[in-house]
Design a protein around this ligand. Structure first.
Ligand code: MTE
Ligand code: HPA
Ligand code: MOS
Length: 751
């Protein structure tokens, strides 16, 4: 099935928040945010702004009738700053005016007096000053400190991976409309409609049932709208509560870049020990996560870093610790991979370091340590249906690694100015929200009396094509054509208490609920069809919009059965609830079985570095990926390619920069480079590995949204190899992104 949105996307007809026709009395909102990263607010003068013609009201924390608190995991973040500010861009007030132009003018008229306090921008500095979000977490397996003494090789080092801007095409925004009796409808660009509803109710001091959140679709989320779509929606809701008029707020790109959090930068310290035959015997890491000024999702992200700290390798003795370091940056947040990529960059760096110092190729260490069946992860889960070796060796075979390496060697011999590098990047990613209680979803299905069907779930469409997958599930179970099925918007009054669409689990969780609801409906309709056709229920099936008897098409259509069901007063609506079985995790022991299953894969990356200029091109990324049994290979390969481009961007060019005052320097697309058509690999080839699929995945089709991002890490090490080929004195550094500037320095250092 084609992505069901492609037709309206291509024609520009798909609706986003900014496309909604506003009510005639609608007003526009705009945030006034902190011009300093840390300080005490001495005074704010709104008088000139308030006096401006067309300004309706300026809201501050004083207008909050409930709680001025939006922190999800830890209540440590005010909606609007009260007497202190903790990051540059922190919301202080909300201007509501007749037009955007007036609101902007008003914002420029506000003056603020801040007594500045010391600013922390790096995780290292925060650790030195004991500035943390919460207590550190540690995972342990075996006895790492004892095992180092039994190792032939022991190496220690430091890594840094930078943040990353989500750069969803559609910026954050919400349109809030008052309904009767103090009820409010929010059309929000959020991955978490329930989180918006719950937080709005709390801040407004009203029950959740008074807030309806509707999500049509997002122009991308990438984790940036899992938690951080909430404040803007709540601000518009507060304004509606006071003014009883619709209020819309769409952030422009500059405001969005400045005020929202990003992927967490990490500084990490590793120690790796190997035996003579290159088995990794012991591994220790201290991760310093730069969490920003408030918790947001940082604790959950820190946890996933620990889950993925050993990537696709079995290491018998592991000790990993993560500190969520509180700094004066905007609170960093979920971003595709959710802390996993940051963990995996460190183990890959440690292996590269070890290989370099031993004087062998990195892949020799990788290959002998790949996960096998029944290996234990550091968090106690036993690996089953492992495809780590399968994807690794299939990739080597399918893409003829030997030939690629021969070509590289002869190219490097013949060329002085250009050098090629190759890397292998295996991935292993756990599927499920790491927080067990979040793994549930619901679906509500209406069959209308003409036979058409409306499907509601908690899934948010953000470009990952989850709606198409939901429709496919319904189509398979109901046996009707796609034209009869409609995916409704995601709405809290139809499907309540949802988890955000995240953790790559949306299709699994909501799809299973759709499957259950459709199965129940089919059970009922089978009874009706049996009477209609005077045959036994066990012989009846629904296919191609008709009743089939003993596998043969009858003359009774789907519509006939639905009409008869109406006559017999059979319920044509069903609601189902799915909660992932098996999974559990005990935080007091840091052990359990947190993931329904894992996704595996291996990428081979080839690059060419221009050793005069320090620029590089990614020649090819060739991937063998574990889709399980893909229910829609077109969509799934699209996810692999998109995630790969995003991963390469993170590793090679996207450079977030703050100055020491905590101001974002990379605050526009002229100073923040994202992958474009020229920087994508010239060849991307994705081959599905042959497997039986996994029953915990929807229709055995494994989750695909986040795992392939981590193939992008391979680009770092391929470039690194090319630099080393040119400059044997280059001392390996693990400081991403590997920008052309850093490549150039590496090419000519120590010469
Ligand atoms: N693909 C597109 N086109 N747009 C997005 O915003 N988000 C990613 C991934 N793929 C995203 C995307 C992230 S961070 C996640 S967690 C998953 O999709 C969420 O959707 P899923 O659970 O349906 O895979
Ligand atoms: N992934 C994404 N979002 C989450 C998770 C997770 O594992 N846990 C809590 N929120
Ligand atoms: Mo994705 S980072 O779990 O929204």
């Amino acid at each position: 099935m084609k992505n069901i949105d492609s037709y309206t996307h291509v024609r520009g007809e798909s609706l986003f928040v900014d496309d909604l026709m506003l009510r005639q009395d609608a007003l526009i909102g705009l945030c006034f945010d902190s011009p300093k990263a840390h300080g005490k607010i001495k005074s704010v003068d709104y008088s000139k702004a308030e006096a401006l013609d067309g300004v309706v009201k300026i809201f501050t924390y004083k207008d909050v009738l409930g709680e001025n608190q939006i922190g999800g995991i830890i209540p440590d973040e005010p909606l609007w700053a009260e007497d202190e500010v903790h990051f540059w861009g922190q919301p202080i007030a909300f201007i509501v005016a007749k037009t955007t132009a007036i609101a902007k003018k008003a914002r420029a008229l506000i003056t603020i007096d801040i007594e500045e306090l010391p600013v922390i921008t790096t995780a290292k500095e925060a650790k030195e000053k004991n500035s943390f979000i919460n207590a550190p977490r540690s995972f342990k397996l075996g006895d790492s400190s004892k095992s180092f003494s039994e190792c032939e090789y022991v190496f220690e080092g430091e890594t840094f991976s930078n943040g990353q801007e989500h750069l969803y095409l559609e910026t954050q925004g919400c349109y809030a409309v008052p309904l009767e009796n103090g009820n409010i409808k929010l059309t929000s660009s959020t991955q978490g409609p329930t989180q918006v509803q719950k937080t709005a109710a709390k801040v407004l001091g009203i029950p959740m049932h008074k807030i309806e959140v509707d999500v049509i679709r997002l122009g991308g989320g990438f984790g940036g709208k899992e938690d951080q779509a909430t404040p803007w929606a709540v601000m518009t809701a507060v304004a509606v509560q006071h003014l009883n008029r619709p209020v819309k707020y769409m952030l422009n790109r500059h405001d969005d870049l400045r005020m929202t959090g990003k992927r967490h930068p990490y500084s990490s310290f590793y120690k790796i020990g190997l035996t003579k035959d290159l088995k990794i015997k012991a591994f220790e890491v201290e991760f310093l996560q730069n969490s920003g000024a408030a918790a947001d999702l940082s604790p959950a992200i820190a946890e996933r870093t620990l889950f993925h700290a050993t990537n696709s390798y079995f290491i018998p003795n592991v000790s990993t610790t993560v500190f969520s370091c509180k700094t004066n940056l905007p609170p960093n947040t979920a971003f595709r991979g959710f802390g996993g990529p940051q963990g995996m960059f460190v183990i890959e760096s440690a292996i590269a370091d070890a290989a370099d110092k031993i004087g062998i190729n990195k892949k020799q260490i990788q290959e002998v340590n790949l996960l096998a069946e029944n290996d234990e992860f550091s968090y106690g889960q036993i690996a089953t249906q492992v495809e780590a070796k399968n994807t690794w060796f299939t990739a080597k075979d399918t893409f003829d690694l030997e030939q690629l390496e021969t070509e590289k060697t002869s190219f490097n011999k013949e060329n002085n100015r250009f050098k090629k590098g190759i890397s292998l990047m295996p991935i292993t990613f756990g599927i499920s929200f790491t927080n067990t209680q979040m793994n549930h979803a619901r679906a509500l299905i209406h069959i209308y009396q003409d036979g058409s069907v409306g499907i509601s779930t908690g899934a948010v469409e953000m470009g990952q094509s989850v709606n198409t997958k939901m429709l496919q599930v319904a189509q398979t179970v109901l046996g009707v054509s796609a034209a009869k099925l409609k995916l409704e918007t995601t709405n809290t009054t139809r499907v309540a208490n949802t988890s955000p669409s995240a953790a790559s689990s949306t299709a699994d969780l909501n799809g299973k609920a759709v499957e259950m609801a459709c199965n129940t409906l089919i059970e009922r309709l089978t009874e009706v069809a049996a009477t209609l056709t005077s045959s036994e229920e066990k012989n009846i099936s629904f296919q191609e919009d008709f009743v089939f008897i003993d596998g043969k098409k009858s003359t009774i259509s789907w519509e006939d059965v639905i009409s008869q069901a109406m006559v017999q007063r059979v319920a044509l609506t069903e609601n189902a609830h799915y909660a992932t079985p098996i999974i559990h995790f005990d935080k007091s022991k840091e052990k359990g079985h947190p993931f329904a299953y894992h996704v595996y894969g291996t990428a081979i990356t080839t690059t060419t570095v221009d050793c005069l200029r320090g620029t590089y091109e990614i020649d090819a990324v060739k991937i063998v990926h574990d889709f399980g049994k893909s229910m829609n290979l077109g969509i799934d390969i699209g996810q692999v390619e998109g995630a790969l481009a995003q991963g390469i961007g993170w590793m090679t060019m996207e450079e977030i920069a703050y100055n020491s005052d905590g101001r974002l320097l990379s605050n526009a697309l002229s100073t923040y480079k994202v992958p474009d058509i020229f920087s994508t690999p010239k060849i991307v080839e994705t081959v599905p590995v042959k497997t039986a699929g996994n029953d915990m995945a929807i229709q055995k089709s494994k989750a695909v949204g986040e795992p392939p991002l981590m193939y992008g890490i391979g680009a770092y090490f391929a470039i690194q190899e090319a630099v080393k080929e040119f400059n044997p004195n280059y001392k390996l550094k693990f400081h991403s992104p590997f920008t052309p500037e850093k490549v150039l320095m590496g090419l000519y250092e120590n010469q």
